[in-house]
Design a protein. Structure first.
Length: 96
């Protein structure tokens, strides 16, 4: 399943609730204010412990002035890769 996080971990518990539901093979995409998690050390530690791949949308990073501040384990992607991820995962869950 593809999990899409739209809110900052400092706004609500969407990221923590998502991580609690991860299953093997699940992946996470950080979008909109969710990209803040990719720049905050420790916010994604639980997801990485479960071997979940974490992606962050580059345009949302740029819009928030956070480009170049992403932790090493997070992959920055463009819209084409986002589409590819949604095709790869027939089920998506939105966390806002």
């Amino acid at each position: 399943m593809l999990h899409m996080i739209f809110s900052s971990p400092f706004q609500n518990r969407a990221l923590q609730q998502c991580v609690a539901q991860l299953l093997p093979g699940d992946e996470i995409v950080l979008l909109q204010d969710g990209v803040v998690a990719a720049t905050s050390p420790g916010q994604l530690e639980s997801a990485f412990k479960q071997a979940a791949a974490v992606y962050v949308l580059e345009t949302d990073l740029l819009a928030r002035g956070l480009a170049g501040r992403v932790t090493a384990d997070v992959e920055v992607i463009d819209h084409n890769m986002l589409v590819a991820l949604t095709v790869r995962h027939p089920n998506c869950m939105k966390w806002a």
